[in-house]
Design a protein around this ligand. Structure first.
Ligand SMILES: NC(=O)c1ccc[n+]([C@@H]2O[C@H](COP(=O)([O-])OP(=O)(O)OC[C@H]3O[C@@H](n4cnc5c(N)ncnc54)[C@H](O)[C@@H]3O)[C@@H](O)[C@H]2O)c1
Ligand SMILES: [Zn+2]
Length: 665
């Protein structure tokens, strides 16, 4: 018997999952990642099993989603169902139970059914909701791997996957979905393409087809047609491609692990998009006795590899002003252990992010470590009572000034504190100024800065170099003494001897960090006056490598403010800027000399060719795909399948931050 809370949770889950299914299957524009969908699906399934109650429209009882496109509908004589899934190798072994099984790549595309009669392709269709699909025969010629005529006269029903090769997807990335957004993955683009009304459009998308099962036909070949693998091999005689598959008589955990790693590698080498592997009994007769549910046939099992998700509770949202004035929200979570690390905080980025997940303190959430590195909230399991007003602080939690909504350059809603004297903003600016990559003042720690600011001794950066005015008072401060003062003042003096790059970073022009400052140093021969002159002459900085329009504007806007100009000039009087650019990395003094390094995802602020050039400048080789020979994978935002591959091969993965630290940037 289900209690009221369970019933309400189940209803909400069904409604939410059906919404996601509609977005995924009909719009080809999912709003959540597959593993999030799978987590919620599993939660629903567990509740249904526990309570014995199941809604008629539950996603656990059907496949896909009823078709809403204007394409002609077709009925499937034999339903095309989904697969049960697992992430555990033990489940694969238990499923196999000593039988002969086929392990094949699970292509991440769209189920497609082909019907041949008298040797002629007569119908091509999508799976739809399993019983009713869409007729897409008009696109048959536009999909590669589909023979139009075959040397086989009886009725033959072939099922397989239509998909787009990884490299093709990379080059088609500019194409947008029905909501005008870039396609999130090749599966969604493939789905959008094979259902196009115009075959010419489908043809532009480089969709391919590979068969994974023969549903009808070959009955006359009694000697071999009881084997699924043999049936697929027969298809190659008709011009079909062959899906990578291996046959297993029995297997233990170690064998499965090895095989899984090999198959993932094979997929990568063949440029195939996969989201798992499929295990199925080879014997057709036995398979028929296994039965089915509304959702899947029981003769197969999908093995999925995905980022792990962990459930936690959002306890609080903390707001801290940054040095730009943007007040950054951070989630305070019940601790969860992910990959051996305890996670209790995660960035919430901005208000748009909070709004999109409807996050309110007290909600159950799903947390992942994206790319194994950065904790990230993937989903709110308790949406539906969001109140923007209630979560947004009206006043800066640091200085009490009224906060302001602001739409950032990226189009996100963010919260700002405009008070230039906001203590936290000021402290952050000084911390940045004294940091290693800027003026590099050893010993001028955050705690010390906080005290010096509180006493009113630091307003402008130039005040750092006048701290000796307060020497007596500083020596008398709690925990300070003559020795500490000598050390601090010594470090401040040493920092006067600086480089153009450091000086520029210390100025805190938005987005001018390590990389941009080096580019500018190179361009202007490390000369502040040459750079200044360029600013005055409205130089187009966007033409510099890895610069763009925003960076160009940032520089000009920064210099347009009088107090910044004063700082730029006054501080120069107090320091000596070396005119020669320090050569950043000699070929010997970095840990990557001779290594092969591959990059995946976005490594800001570099472009892909920019970061590869950096790798080469370290005396390392920039590889394009992860292989056994790869030494390091640098894994930025939105990493692709290379990360899975690197994990499978045990290759060391670095976050961009770790990489930059290791080369001293
Ligand atoms: N992100 C979202 O909002 C959202 C919404 C709905 C579904 N989904 C995703 O889709 C999944 C459900 O989709 P599904 O029902 O198509 O299931 P599925 O993609 O998990 O697996 C079943 C399908 O795998 C395909 N397949 C590929 N290679 C195969 C092979 N070698 N042998 C057999 N089959 C093979 C078949 O087309 C089959 O229909 C969910 O688990 C979820 O990950 C995501
Ligand atoms: Zn403030």
């Amino acid at each position: 018997m289900a209690n009221a809370v369970e019933m309400s949770t189940m209803r909400k889950l069904v409604a939410q999952l059906n919404q996601y299914r509609h977005e995924y299957y009909n719009l080809n524009a999912p709003s959540v990642a597959d593993d999030v969908y799978d987590y919620m699906y599993d939660e629903l399934l567990a509740l249904e099993e526990h309570t014995g109650v199941c809604m008629a429209n539950s996603p656990t009882q059907t496949v896909g989603y009823p078709v809403v496109s204007a394409l002609p509908k077709v009925a499937h004589d034999i339903p095309l169902l989904s697969l049960d899934k697992t992430k555990s190798i033990e489940d694969l072994i238990a499923f196999q139970a000593g039988r002969t099984v086929d392990l094949s790549l699970k292509l991440d595309g769209l189920t497609t059914e082909l019907i041949y009669e008298n040797g002629q392709l007569i119908r091509l269709s999508t799976r739809g909701d399993g019983s009713i699909g869409e007729n897409i025969t008009h696109n048959a010629k536009a999909i590669s791997g589909i023979p139009e005529r075959i040397p086989y006269e009886d009725r033959l029903v072939v099922v397989g996957e239509s998909f787009i090769h990884n490299s093709d997807f990379e080059s088609l990335k500019s194409i947008t979905d029905s909501a005008g957004n870039p396609y999130k993955n090749s599966r969604n683009l493939a789905a959008g393409s094979i259902r196009a009304f115009d075959a010419a459009i489908c043809a532009q998308r480089h969709v391919s087809f590979l068969p994974f099962s023969v549903l009808e036909g070959f009955e006359e070949y009694t000697d071999w047609a009881n084997g699924k693998h043999a049936r697929l091999l027969k298809l190659t005689e008709f011009g079909f491609g062959v899906i990578h598959a291996v046959q297993l008589q029995d297997g233990d955990k170690a064998q499965y692990e090895q095989l899984i790693a090999q198959m993932r590698e094979a997929a990568e080498m063949s440029d195939l998009p996969i989201d798992g592997l499929v295990l199925t009994y080879d014997e057709v007769d036995y398979s028929r006795t296994c039965g089915r549910t509304g959702h899947h046939f029981k003769d197969g099992l999908a093995f999925k590899f995905e980022d792990e998700l962990y459930e936690s509770v959002l306890r609080d949202i903390e707001w801290t002003p940054s040095r730009t004035g943007e007040i950054a929200p951070v989630a305070v979570l019940d601790s969860v252990v992910i990959d051996g690390c305890t996670v209790s905080r995660a960035s919430l980025h901005n208000l748009s992010f909070i709004e999109s997940l409807e996050l309110m303190p007290g909600c159950r959430v799903l947390v992942s470590k994206r790319n194994m590195i950065i904790p990230h909230i993937e989903e709110n399991l308790e949406r539906g009572h969001f109140d923007l007003d209630a979560v947004t602080p009206k006043h800066c939690p640091c200085c009490g000034a009224e906060t302001r909504f602001h739409i950032t350059d990226g189009g996100k809603k963010a919260l700002f504190c405009d008070n230039p004297d906001c203590a936290m903003r000021k402290l952050r600016r000084f911390v940045h100024f004294a940091s290693k990559k800027a003026m590099d003042i050893e010993g001028l720690s955050e705690a010390t800065l906080e005290r010096l600011i509180a006493r009113g001794w630091l307003h402008s950066f130039t005040d750092v170099y006048r701290l000796d005015h307060y020497m007596q008072e500083i020596i008398c401060m709690d925990g300070f003494g003559e020795k500490s003062w000598d050390n601090l003042w010594g470090a401040i003096q040493r920092s006067r001897n600086t480089t153009f790059e450091r000086y520029l970073i210390a100025m805190d022009i938005p987005m001018i960090g390590n990389h941009a400052s080096k580019v500018l140093a190179k361009q202007f021969g490390s000369s502040p006056s040459a750079f200044e002159e360029a600013v005055e002459n409205d130089f187009d900085f966007s033409q510099l490598p890895d610069f763009g329009e925003t960076l160009r504007q940032n520089i000009h806007q920064w210099f347009a403010q009088e107090e910044n100009r004063i700082l730029w000039e006054e501080l120069q009087e107090m320091v000596t800027i070396q005119t020669v650019t320090t050569e950043t990395h000699s070929m010997e003094d970095n840990p990557f000399v001779g290594c092969t390094m591959v990059v995946t995802g976005k490594v800001e602020p570099y472009t892909r060719s920019g970061i590869n050039a950096k790798i080469e400048s370290l005396g390392a080789v920039a590889g394009s795909s992860v292989t056994k020979k790869t030494d390091y994978l640098i894994c930025g935002e939105n990493a692709g399948s290379k990360l899975d591959k690197a994990r499978a091969l045990g290759i060391r993965v670095l976050s961009p931050g770790e990489f930059f630290r290791m080369i001293g940037e």
